[in-house]
Design a protein around this ligand. Structure first.
Ligand SMILES: C[S@@+](CC[C@H](N)C(=O)[O-])C[C@H]1O[C@@H](n2cnc3c(N)ncnc32)[C@H](O)[C@@H]1O
Length: 232
């Protein structure tokens, strides 16, 4: 996503907050799975976390509150989202660094290994080649016993992108009943122009080519998943 589309996205931020609040994209189940994955992997050991496309960090901040996070680093293209993230993360006891940057540049620019590379509902904005490069960079920046934890949209196998867009926008109009028609249209416009999710087989292949393997996948709904990867 380039800068203008990230800024356009911010105009539907209130709507996105209502999507999160209504749990229409399964943030509650995915957050619980993320918490469980962090606890299982680190078992009380302090860990650093890099959050790429952090947005306002509203879902992640409460999950991290009672965890032994030693450093949080977030990057996003939206300045207003970062301002909200600063507020939402203010109760964390660890260092918090927020950067206005493309998540790919932020990842490549990391100076030390990260215990957790996390990204939630942002990776699907990248093209296939950009996603593949993202996996390769993540593999290089991950600590040996670290994990990449991705919450994202996953397209069905053999489902062309336009068929996915049609199915998802139909589904959201039917299920996101707490939003009005104008909000549905704003989200649908964003999805059709900015969302390029891959099927799981593609994601797994990109991970494998980068030297990563799936450790677990949680699928509360077919298109919405938490995917945890570790080094081979
Ligand atoms: C749907 S929001 C998700 C926000 C948050 N991670 C969450 O799960 O609630 C997507 C976020 O990714 C950001 N974003 C999209 N493409 C980006 C990129 N290439 N670099 C950095 N941020 C990006 C947008 O600005 C937006 O804040």
């Amino acid at each position: 996503m380039n800068e203008p589309s990230a800024i356009r996205f911010f105009h539907v931020w209130d709507t996105y907050a209502r999507v999160v609040g209504g749990n229409y994209m399964f943030h509650r189940e995915l957050g619980a799975a993320l918490r469980a994955a962090l606890v299982a992997r680190f078992q009380g050991r302090p860990f650093s976390l890099v959050d790429l496309g952090c947005g306002d960090a509203a879902t992640l901040a409460p999950i991290l509150l009672d965890m032994p996070v030693k450093a949080y680093f977030g990057a996003d293209l939206s300045q207003p989202a970062l301002a909200l993230a600063r507020q939402n993360l203010s109760d964390l006891a660890c260092t918090v660094e927020l950067r206005h940057a493309d998540m790919r540049d932020a990842l490549i620019g990391l100076t030390g290994p990260a215990d957790v590379i996390y990204s939630s509902f942002a990776l699907h904005h990248l093209t296939r080649d950009e996603k593949a490069a993202f996996f390769r960079a993540a593999s290089q920046k991950l600590a040996p016993d670290g994990a990449m934890m991705l919450v994202d949209i996953v397209r069905e196998e053999n489902q062309p992108l336009d068929a996915y867009h049609l199915a998802y926008t139909r589904w959201l109009r039917a299920t996101m009943t707490g939003l009005d028609g104008a909000e549905h249209e704003a989200i649908c416009e964003h999805i059709v122009n900015n969302d390029f999710p891959e099927p799981w087989s593609e994601i797994e292949a990109m991970a494998s080519n980068a030297g990563l393997r799936p450790a677990s996948v949680t699928t509360p709904q077919i298109w919405h998943r938490l995917m945890v990867f570790e080094r081979v």
